[in-house]
Design a protein around this ligand. Structure first.
Ligand code: NAD
Length: 468
C-alpha cells in the first residue's frame, strides 16, 4: 500500500507515523496518510512565508498563467485524480461523481485565472486622487471537508494564489490522498512553498487556526467546527471565510408540475448522496399536489443505480464514513418512530461498506431531527403545507441559511417567495446549481463571507487606500 508524503516547500516530507485511509464502499485500505504534527505545521507555514515574499511581487499576469497551468495539469491527470477520489471518498466515477468533480475543479480554476482586481479610482479631481488597491494577505490556511475534497481545495487554493497569497492546506483525514496528489501536481507548475499540504487528524486544523504565521483561514466544513475556528482565530485576528453547514429548504408551490420537477428535486437532494452543503435537505410540498410529488419523486428515485463507485454503472455511492452513516440511520429511525411514512429505502442491508439506501420520508414535521438538523446523507423529509406563508416561515425557522429553492410554473410568484427566504443563494426550479462567476456563501449560521467570482476573489485581499 502506498505511503503518501507531505509536500512542504516543494519537497516531499516523510512523517514518523501513518494512518490508513479506507474505501467507504468496501472497508479496504487504499493508502496511508502521513501524520503531521506541530513541527510539520511550523515547517509548512515557514515555507509558505518564505515563498510569499517573492510570490506577492510577481506580475499579476504571471500568477494568472500559473493558475492556467494548474488547470491544464489537473485536466491532464483527471482520470487518475478521479479514481483516487472514488477510492477514498466513495462517490462514483460517473453521474455527478468524481469525473464531474475533477471537471468542476478545472472549470473553477480556469475561470478564476482570468479574474482581475484592477486599481479602483474612487476620486480624481481638484481635491485630490483616491485609489483603492488590493493586496495579498499572506499565508492562507485552508481547511477542507470530505464531501468534495478536490473541488473545494481548488476553491480555496486558486483564488488565494491568484491574488498573491501562499497556502498551507489541510484536507479532511477521511479524504486526504486526492488533495496530496493535487498539491503534487500544483507543485509541478508553481514555485516551491507557494502551495503546501499537511495531513493528520483534526488537531492539525486547530493548530493552523491559532498559528501566528497564518494570516487568513478559509474553511469549509461543519458549523460546529466553524465556531471553534472563529474562536481560536480570534487570538491573532485572522481574516476568515467560513463556508458552513446548511439545512436547505425547497418549497413546491401549488402550480408546480410534479412530473416535470421530479428529476431536479431528486438531484437537488441526492447529489453526492446528499453529502453536499447546498443540497436540498427539507422539502415542503403544498397539500394539493403532495401525493403526486411523492409518487413522481419515488418513481424517479427507484431507478437510480447505487453501488461501488468504480462500477461504471453506479451514479450514487456509499455514505463516506461510519459517523455520517449513523447520523442518517438515527435520524430516519426517529422520523419513522414519530409517524414518518417511508416511501422508499430506510432499511440498510448492512455491510460491507456504508451503503445507506436512497430514502424518502413523507408525513414528517418540525420537531424531528431529520427536519430540524442537517442529515448530510441520502434521506429526504417531505413536509406537507397548506399556506405558502406557513411554508416560508417554516423554511426560515432554522439557524442555517445556506441555500433554498422554490418550484412552480409562475416564475414571478416563485420569485416573490424566493425573495423571502433567509439564505445566501436561492434557486427557482432547481437547487444547488453553483457556478464560478456567482458568489456563494451562507447567511445566519451557515457562514461568513463568500466564494467565487470577483466577490470571492476579494476575500483573499486586504485593501490599501492611497490618497495623493
Ligand atoms: P468537519 O467540520 O467535521 O471537518 C472539516 C475540516 O475541519 C476537516 O479537515 C477537519 O479535520 C477539520 N477540523 C475538525 N476540527 C477542527 C478544529 N477544531 N479546528 C480546525 N479544523 C478542524 O466537517 P466535515 O464533516 O468534513 O464536512 C461536512 C460539513 O461541511 C457539513 O456540515 C457541510 O454542510 C459542510 N460543508 C459546507 C460547505 C459550504 O460551502 N458551505 C461545503 C461543503 C461542506
Amino acid at each position: 500500500m502506498k505511503r503518501w508524503k507531505l509536500v512542504i516547500g516543494g519537497r516531499v516530507v516523510e512523517t514518523e507515523s501513518y494512518q490508513d485511509v479506507t474505501n467507504p464502499a468496501t472497508g479496504a485500505a487504499v493508502g496511508a496518510m502521513p501524520m503531521a504534527g506541530p513541527p510539520e505545521v511550523d515547517k509548512a507555514v515557514a515555507a509558505a512565508t518564505a515563498a510569499f515574499a517573492s510570490w506577492r511581487q510577481q506580475p499579476d499576469e504571471a500568477r494568472a498563467d500559473a493558475c492556467r497551468a494548474i488547470a491544464a495539469k489537473i485536466e491532464a491527470n483527471a482520470e487518475e485524480l478521479a479514481r483516487l477520489l472514488t477510492l477514498e471518498q466513495g462517490k462514483p466515477l460517473n453521474g455527478l461523481g468524481s469525473r464531474y468533480e475533477i471537471g468542476g475543479a478545472v472549470a473553477w480554476t480556469r475561470y478564476t485565472a482570468e479574474l482581475v482586481l484592477p486599481v479602483e479610482v474612487l476620486q480624481d479631481g481638484p481635491e485630490g486622487r483616491v485609489e483603492l488597491h488590493r493586496k495579498p494577505i499572506g499565508v492562507v490556511g485552508s481547511i477542507t471537508p470530505w464531501n468534495w475534497p478536490v473541488m473545494i481545495a481548488c476553491w480555496h487554493i486558486i483564488p488565494a494564489v491568484r491574488t498573491g497569497n501562499t497556502v498551507v492546506i489541510k484536507p479532511s483525514p477521511l479524504t486526504p490522498l486526492s488533495t496530496i496528489r493535487l498539491v503534487e501536481l500544483i507543485n509541478e507548475v508553481v514555485p516551491p512553498g507557494v502551495v503546501n499540504v499537511v495531513t493528520g487528524e483534526n488537531e492539525i486544523g486547530a493548530l493552523m487556526s491559532a498559528h501566528p504565521g497564518i494570516a487568513k483561514v478559509t474553511f469549509t466544513g461543519s458549523t460546529a467546527t466553524g465556531r471553534k475556528i472563529m474562536a481560536s482565530a480570534a487570538g491573532t485576528l485572522k481574516r476568515l471565510t467560513l463556508e458552513l453547514g446548511g439545512n436547505d429548504a425547497g418549497i413546491v408551490l401549488p402550480d408546480a408540475d410534479p412530473k416535470a420537477i421530479a428529476e431536479g428535486l431528486f438531484w437537488g437532494a441526492f447529489i453526492n448522496g446528499g453529502q453536499t452543503c447546498a443540497a436540498l435537505k427539507r422539502l415542503y410540498v403544498h397539500d394539493s399536489l403532495y401525493d403526486d410529488v411523492c409518487r413522481e419523486l419515488t418513481a424517479y428515485a427507484e431507478k437510480v443505480v447505487v453501488g461501488d463507485g468504480l462500477d461504471e454503472a453506479s451514479v450514487l455511492g456509499p455514505v463516506q464514513n461510519r459517523r455520517q452513516y449513523e447520523i442518517v440511520s438515527t435520524f430516519v429511525d426517529e422520523a419513522r418512530a414519530k409517524g414518518g411514512r417511508i416511501l422508499l429505502g430506510g432499511n440498510p442491508t448492512g455491510g460491507p461498506g456504508y451503503f445507506y439506501p436512497v430514502t424518502l420520508v413523507a408525513d414528517v414535521a418540525h420537531g424531528c431531527r431529520l427536519v430540524d438538523e442537517e442529515q448530510f446523507g441520502p434521506a429526504l423529509p417531505i413536509i406537507r403545507y397548506h399556506e405558502v406563508a406557513d411554508a416560508i416561515a417554516k423554511a426560515n425557522d432554522n439557524a442555517s441559511g445556506l441555500g433554498g429553492s422554490v418550484w412552480g410554473r409562475d416564475l414571478e410568484a416563485a420569485r416573490k417567495v424566493a425573495s423571502q427566504l433567509e439564505t445566501g443563494s436561492v434557486w427557482i426550479n432547481k437547487h444547488g446549481a453553483i457556478q464560478p462567476n456567482a458568489p456563494f456563501g451562507g447567511v445566519k449560521q451557515s457562514g461568513v463571507g463568500v466564494e467565487f467570482g470577483v466577490d470571492g476573489l476579494k476575500e483573499f485581499t486586504t485593501i490599501q487606500t492611497v490618497f495623493c
